[in-house]
Design a protein around this ligand. Sequence first.
Ligand code: PMP
Length: 428
Amino acid sequence: MNRPKTKELFDRISKIVPGGIHSNIRYVEPFPYIFEKAEGSKLIDVDGDEHIDTVINYGALILGHGDRRVNDAAKNGIETGLTCGIESEFSIAAAEKFNEIVPCAEMIKFSLSGTEAVAHALTILRGYTKKDKIIKMEGAYHGWNDSVIINVHPDLEKAGPESSPNKVYDTQGITQNAKNNTIIIPYNNPELAEKAVKENKDEICALLVEPVVFNSGAIMPKEGYLKQLREITEDNGVPLLFDEVITGFRLAPGGAQEYYGVTPDIATFAKAMANGFPISAVAGKKEIMEVCTPGKGTMYGGVYNGSQVCTAATSATLDLIRDGEIQKKLNESTSYMTKRFQEIADDKNVKAQLIGLGGEFCVYFTDEEIVDYRSAARSDKSKSIQFHRNLLERNIYTYDGFLFHNGICAAHTKQDIDSILTAMESSL
Ligand code: PMP
């Protein structure tokens, strides 16, 4: 595709911004897209081409680009003249709505990004338990903090035995302390979760899980798995931390915890909560959350936390998604895509499957059942990358990485979804 203006801008940005992107995942070959405008389900790049967006800000858009109702609320926040660094009625209303909608949210505190929310949650849990270690699942991503940027997508050659993975670091710069403090287990294996919790219960502040592992595509919990994690952690006195940065407000108004009927002790949220405005949250049991009350010993800070604009956007978004209709529609649309995709793949004799929930989905090039990171990583990487490049050529905005979660939001029409499927058919 000829994109002269994008190329010119990319050359400009690359001189002063490493890699030409402000978040490394945004890079696509041969150079990333640069956008001018967005509306609903569509993105228009600086060369004037329109794309159906299936990245949807990595799951952050639940309503769609530029939703007028959310934008008007945010404008109202701006027009009060209030800037960050103080509380306002906006942050109070948003916290109250959170408390009403999310099962575990006896108390809530806002922050800015998913990475920050996870960092805050871990500090709170370390303050509460006086223990340092965490258990994390292989294949899950929880932001780029030291303690969690481990075994996100390890090279299978280096990952060691499935039952006791070698530690593989997804970046340089992780401190030795963090390396020592993170215990890695596979997802969807309750026996190994129980073993790890029992063996380490005197040293761990939490068992951390992405309830659905969207960060390795779309790995669903086996029937009863999250309930088993709840029982194991409860029996051993270890807090259960759900990272609901993607699942929150998307699977059901109350997130994965409502959808699966399993209430964690504490959870993190971001993305869909404000339809893409930069805000996140830590929410949990009063007893745990209270440790970050001023004077109780655990730090919680941030100039921009609970800003007027972002909490106004949060309130408006939560009002629009709380009756569950959007989540119902997204779950139905994802089921439709799974079914249609399978017909297309079978017709073309391609071993591939589309798995998804709540509007987030992943195409895996394998017929092996996807139950954990290893089974996902065994799917065909080069076919997956080529498939996503083919979609990009057909004006479906995606990312050409492996094990990537694509998504749709309320703004995607049936026609958009069928256009995505048609593009998938010719991209296989
Ligand atoms: N947790 C999960 C489950 C995520 O998907 C992400 C972002 N992809 C994060 C944490 C980090 O969020 P952010 O990029 O806003 O820091």
